[in-house]
Design a protein around this ligand. Structure first.
Ligand code: CTP
Ligand code: MG
Length: 240
């Protein structure tokens, strides 16, 4: 048994966004994918994982007493795992901070995940937990396959081509030492700094984040057409 085996590990599942780009009647996390609300797929992934001791689901305050919250609770009961609910905030980073604060103070490692990604890949997620234990922070990411151009601010005039060898597209899960990510996000909140993911909070406070190569199944549902891809992937997973 490794010395890390007793470290309490938790997951925060973010499901408090408005899903504006999806333009659906309800926030995208509640849209049905393979007959279940989108957020329930990734929630179940973490509830199932033996390495995860506690899960926090972050919901907008309007949905804390909803059927979705009830479904989440019964799924957690099914897996016999501790589930806490937290209230979402205006920005993603506010939702994350609320989720982190709702977890037990004895949590050592936390993995933060967008419920908009229904199929987190198990191997890379495990690796991110291992790397976070060792180095402090690790995120799932994929290499960029297109050539990326930079333009002059506010124009369509190219000012340069970025070195593709150095570029990755950040995904979630993003895994960190609990105290460090809490402190990083609280520091940035005091300073009034906006971040677009948790890794950025680590980067801006001088902490190291490692890349763990993800895979093509970790798609994010953002636009209506993404749902078709997600359905196809769900069907493929059922068939194997
Ligand atoms: N999220 C959240 N709280 C917020 C904003 C976003 O919990 N204040 C969550 C979303 O529910 C989603 C994840 O963060 O699972 C990634 O955000 P994104 O894909 O941008 O979702 P939305 O913000 O809901 O969508 P949009 O940007 O199109 O409005
Ligand atoms: Mg958003």
């Amino acid at each position: 048994m490794s010395t890390f085996a007793k470290e309490k590990t938790a997951a925060v599942v973010l499901a408090a966004g408005e899903g504006r780009r999806m333009q659906a009647e309800q926030p995208k996390q509640f849209i049905l994918l393979a007959d279940r609300p989108l957020f329930l797929h990734s929630l179940e992934f973490f509830l199932k994982m033996p390495e995860i001791d506690q899960v926090c689901l972050v919901l907008h305050r309007d949905y804390l007493a909803s059927e979705w919250a009830d479904e989440a609770r019964s799924l957690a009961a099914h897996y016999g795992k501790s589930l806490v609910l937290a209230t979402g905030g205006a920005r993603r980073q506010d939702s994350t901070l609320n989720g982190l604060k709702a977890l037990g103070v004895d949590v050592a490692i936390v993995t933060v995940h967008d419920s908009a990604r229904p199929f987190p890949p198990l191997g890379p997620v495990m690796e991110s937990i291992r790397q976070a234990r060792e180095h402090g922070g690790a995120i799932l990411a994929n290499r960029v396959s297109d050539t990326v151009k930079q333009v002059e601010p506010g124009t369509d005039v190219i000012s340069g081509t970025l070195d593709r060898e150095r570029l990755y597209l950040a995904q979630t899960p993003q895994t960190f030492r609990y105290r460090d990510i809490l402190e990083a996000l609280e520091t940035l909140e005091r300073r009034g700094v906006d971040v677009t993911d948790e890794a950025m909070a680590f980067e801006l406070t001088g902490r190291e984040v490692r890349i763990v190569t993800s895979d093509s199944t970790n798609l994010k549902v953002t636009m209506p057409e993404d749902l078709e891809r997600a359905e196809a992937l769900a069907a493929q997973r059922r068939a194997t």
